[in-house]
Design a protein. Sequence first.
Length: 148
Amino acid sequence: MKPVRRKNGWGLTPSMRSWLDDFWGSDKFFDDDFFTARDRWLPAVNIKDEKDHFEIEVAAPGLRKEDFVVNIENGLLVISCEKEEKKDEKEDNYTRKEFSYRSFYRSFTLPENANSDTIEAKYENGILKLRMKKMEIAKPETKKITIS
């Protein structure tokens, strides 16, 4: 029996055809979200500049406070997280093992008036909240230079 060519190709649905074209016809297959989704998860961040302090809110639901690492490194506030979940189910002759891994890394340059010694962190209701007091910065003196 000979394959019959139809208007849209060899009887393939448009989505199957597109998938096959992506798989066999180009390198787009490795650009799929399956391979890059882990690198794309960045939680939303709100930064508030209040009169006497800074507030940072990181929306990261489904995590625990133990999943976060918050550091200050060379004038940068670094917030990172790694979460790995494993789930084993066994019923009769059926076995299934699922796992997931997600992580993120965000860094923010601290303003020069941020007092990094006063940072406080709290995680509740899916939001990591950081608070850091401001400090007074001495304004440089104006000095007049005479030209000879």
